[in-house]
Ligand binder design. Structure first.
Ligand code: NAD
Length: 337
């Protein structure tokens, strides 16, 4: 028997979650929601997903000739679990509807930790969401930080982290946001990214700063970690090599910027040219005594997607072992490790 998944909000994350869930043999997408008729709504139908919307919106879909299977509340009643991929802050408003329907729900990083009381990362705390009604997959940046920090903390112990996040201004399909010709520092310091990492690793001493830059392709993090012991670059690379969903790239191979990382992603030929792994520059890692310096790049549109799949398995008690879920998700999505 497969777990029935509904996707509320079929945008950047929602459509990727739908593709990833459909690729698994133990879960299925029973429907996705749209608020307005659009090319994404038509394509969802073409891909075989049933469309749901609120009753007052159904007329607009009918006028546009786009078939709707039912109301969002009907989808909530039919699903075992909803993946809420609505814009940040909207998920919170849906929570009472999920509660009323008695359906499990996964929120995204645009919501506060409090919306679910549990935040999720496959490597760091898969077990915490076991059987839960609500959980939240942390943001793309937090997922990236957790993927590289958690294995280091487990192996060597981290004393403190200082991370500078250089953030993309908008997703590639978004023409409304900026800046388009400026660098915009986050003036509220330290930024919220540190506390977000602490929603999964509460013991971690981490401070963050962030700037937004005119690019759409990726975020980049410049990280300084103080470890409890002196380690070599080789020690660090060996840990990351074993850790899930980290991919090494090298300046020596002509990957000198996020542009070439995304060119690599396009060449991998995956769905939507996504890079689900965190790209770490192997030849940009340096240690000085107990300090570790490195750069990592985050494909903001896709790194959280395999975590969403694992979160379904944990919340629906489908696989007890985190590594087995990660391997199963990876195999279905073409992620090598
Ligand atoms: P998006 O704007 O691309 O998609 C949101 C979708 O929800 C759209 O299809 C929109 O029409 C729909 N929607 C809007 N209001 C709705 C409502 N009331 N009911 C149902 N659907 C509604 O947003 P996104 O980038 O996919 O972000 C979704 C969530 O994922 C946010 O919490 C965001 O912070 C988080 N997230 C985004 C990224 C990213 O880089 N895009 C990365 C990680 C996490």
């Amino acid at each position: 028997m497969t777990v029935k998944v509904g996707i509320n909000g079929y945008g950047t994350i929602g459509k990727r979650a739908a593709t990833a869930i459909s690729a698994q043999d133990d879960m299925e997408v029973i429907g996705v929601t749209k608020t307005r008729p659009s090319f994404e709504a038509s394509l969802a139908l073409e891909r075989g997903f049933l469309l749901y919307t609120d009753p007052e919106k159904m007329g607009a879909f009918k006028e546009a000739g786009i078939e709707v299977a039912g109301s969002i509340d009907e989808l909530l009643d039919a699903a075992d679990i909803i993946i809420d991929c609505t814009p940040g802050g909207v998920g919170e408003k849906y929570r009472p509807r999920y509660e009323k329907a008695g359906v499990k729900a996964i929120f995204q990083g645009g919501e506060d930790h409090g919306v679910a009381g549990i935040s999720f990362n496959s490597t760091a705390n898969y077990d915490e969401s076991w059987g839960a009604q609500f959980s939240r997959v942390v943001s793309c940046n937090t997922t990236g930080l957790l993927r590289t920090l958690y294995p280091l903390d487990k192996e060597f112990g981290i004393k403190e982290v200082f991370a500078v996040l250089i953030r993309r201004a908008a997703d590639p399909g978004d023409s409304k946001k900026g800046p388009i010709n400026a660098i915009e520092p986050s003036l509220k310091l330290p930024t919220h990214h540190g506390p977000d990492v602490q929603s999964v690793m509460p013991w971690l001493d981490i401070q963050t700063m962030a700037v937004k830059v005119p690019t759409t392709v990726m975020h980049l993090h410049a990280n300084k970690i103080e470890l409890n012991e002196k380690v070599s670059v080789e020690d660090v690379l060996a840990i990351w090599d074993k850790a899930p969903r980290i991919r090494f790239v090298r300046g020596a191979d002509d990957i000198k910027s996020t542009a070439q990382v995304m060119e690599l992603a396009r060449d991998l030929g995956r769905s939507r040219s996504d890079l689900f792994e965190i790209a770490v520059w192997e030849d940009g890692v340096k240690t000085v005594d107990n300090s570790l310096f490195y750069y990592q790049a985050i494909h903001q549109e896709s790194d959280v997607v395999p975590e969403i799949v694992d979160c379904v398995r944990s919340m629906c008690k489908m696989e007890k072992d985190a590594m087995r879920s990660i391997s199963k998700t990876n195999a279905a999505m073409g992620i090598p490790k």
